[in-house]
Ligand binder design. Structure first.
Ligand code: NAD
Length: 444
């Protein structure tokens, strides 16, 4: 980390090595290797300036905090949290916070880097960051989760800030958790500064300064991309079939927003299992079941299926909206779909990608397909800064104006270079970053 953080009593803050120096302690996911592979492919193809390449293949700051939290039974647990800031040449660092047992520095580094590309592709003035806590949130009570969130925010201190690094929801985090972060951050500010800082976090509840349309934004962006793909392929979404992996924020909203198009959801998988109904599952009803019971398991209007059967389901579209590395050398051959619209971050690993390409399965890559979330986070940030409240129509309309041109930029680039869409999306992002670095130079 380049900026000294004072640390706080009872907390340890450690600086972890930058990527060139190898993988640090506790790294497991190997996800950053996927990012590097994707990056190298695009950088070689576009002949990215080697100096810019050196900058962009490295993260800027990496923070690991170990912080104590008192549990309901009076015991103290020491938890580990991360914040990685990849690049901020285009604007403040921006990216979600994830609460999951698999969170590690390698995963957060990869997710932070993808955030930089998303800001660059959609043309918003944000850089990339990501963070998280290595916990299984289902093991904790609500009051414990609140204390965990507040202690993490306190531990991060000035690592985040409304004009510097702005967190948002991701896997297992939500508007309520964003409200706790906001409240804790503001409590650490001098009183006269507090009201100027509500944009320190996005994805807040509406009453606490959130934006209309933010909750559904990522799913809305996925659906805007699918609409464009359907137009291009003369494909009628009415009666089209699709399957969704992950029925949390992104998966459930994508399904609910595809419903008005007449598309039919025929199978869904989440952490509790998989269910199917060839006549169609009602996304709203299923979402209500998930809210009530915590997962799709036991949904009455469907038959339970296993993971392999879920993956083999014949459908027009697959929306992976759970975790990374869902589509791999093992699973890509099983898929029986025409389009993969990546709601999740990093759902396809490089081997999976190669198989999808060989099998001529179209892919709308994550850094384009799920960028609706960060775009509406930008709108929320702007509304907070200007003390404005936009109506839903305005938010949706502005989102579409960002996503559709981004989709077309990636399409044009794929044609120009005769390459796949993921590489094309990288070329768009890296091209914008290269231009800005060349215009601004390096100071001092
Ligand atoms: P969420 O916590 O709301 O939902 C996650 C879903 O994945 C849940 O349904 C969970 O049961 C399921 N899941 C977890 N492990 C699984 C497994 N092993 N197999 C099958 N399903 C599993 O999270 P979310 O916000 O919807 O995020 C989902 C993905 O979308 C993540 O990759 C995230 O980084 C990405 N994303 C989220 C946003 C956002 O605005 N929330 C924006 C862009 C990208």
């Amino acid at each position: 980390m380049t900026e000294a953080n004072p640390g706080r009593a009872g907390m340890r803050m450690e600086v972890v090595p930058l990527v060139e120096e190898g993988r640090g302690a506790g790294e497991r996911s190997g996800l950053y290797a996927n990012v590097r592979g994707q990056f190298d492919r695009a950088a070689n193809l576009m002949e990215l300036d080697p100096n810019i390449r050196r900058i962009l293949e490295t993260t800027t700051n990496e923070v690991v905090v170990h912080f104590p939290v008192r549990m309901d039974d009076g015991q103290i647990e020491v938890l580990t949290g991360y914040r990685v800031q990849h690049n901020n040449i285009l604007g403040p660092f921006k990216g979600g916070l994830r609460f999951h047992p698999a969170v590690d520095i390698d995963e957060v580094r990869a997710l932070a880097t993808w955030m930089t590309w998303k800001g660059a592709i959609t043309g918003i003035p944000f850089g990339g960051a990501k963070g998280g806590i290595q916990i299984d949130p289902s093991r904790y009570t609500d009051t414990e989760l609140e204390r965990i969130t507040r202690r993490f925010t306190f531990a991060l201190g000035n690592v985040i800030g409304p004009e510097y690094d702005i967190p948002a929801p991701d896997v297992n985090t939500n508007p309520r958790i964003m409200a706790w972060i906001l409240d804790t951050y503001l409590s650490m500010m001098p009183p006269h500064e507090r009201l100027r800082c509500t944009h320190v976090v996005t994805g807040k509840p509406i009453e606490s300064g959130g934006s209309l349309g933010r909750k559904k934004a990522t799913g809305q962006g996925v659906v805007f991309c699918i609409e464009e793909w359907a137009k291009d392929h003369d494909f009628d979404l009415k009666g089209a079939t699709y399957i969704v992996q992950g029925f949390g924020n992104v998966g459930s909203w994508t399904a609910q927003l595809l419903k008005p198009h007449g598309a039919k959801l025929i199978a869904v998988e989440d952490v509790t299992g998989a269910v199917a109904n060839p006549d169609g599952l009602d996304p709203e009803d299923l979402a209500a079941h998930v809210r009530e019971t915590g997962g799709v398991f036991g949904y009455p209007n469907a038959e339970r299926i296993d993971h392999q059967t879920f993956l083999r389901t014949k459908a027009d579209i697959f929306v992976p909206a759970a975790l990374e590395n869902a589509i791999t050398a093992e699973t890509a051959p099983l898929l029986n779909v025409g389009l993969v619209a990546e709601g999740a971050n990093g759902p396809t690993d490089p081997e999976g990608d190669a198989i999808l390409e060989r099998r001529k399965i179209h892919v709308i890559p994550d850094i384009l397909c799920n960028s609706g979330g960060v775009v509406v986070s930008y709108f929320e940030w702007l509304q907070n800064k200007r003390s404005e409240y936009w109506d839903l129509e305005e938010v949706d309309c502005k989102l579409k104006k960002k996503i559709v041109p981004a989709y077309r930029r990636v399409q044009d680039t794929a044609r120009k270079y005769g390459t796949d869409w993921r590489t094309a999306a990288y070329v768009v992002a890296l091209g914008r970053l290269e231009t800005v670095y060349k215009e601004r130079g390096i100071c001092p």
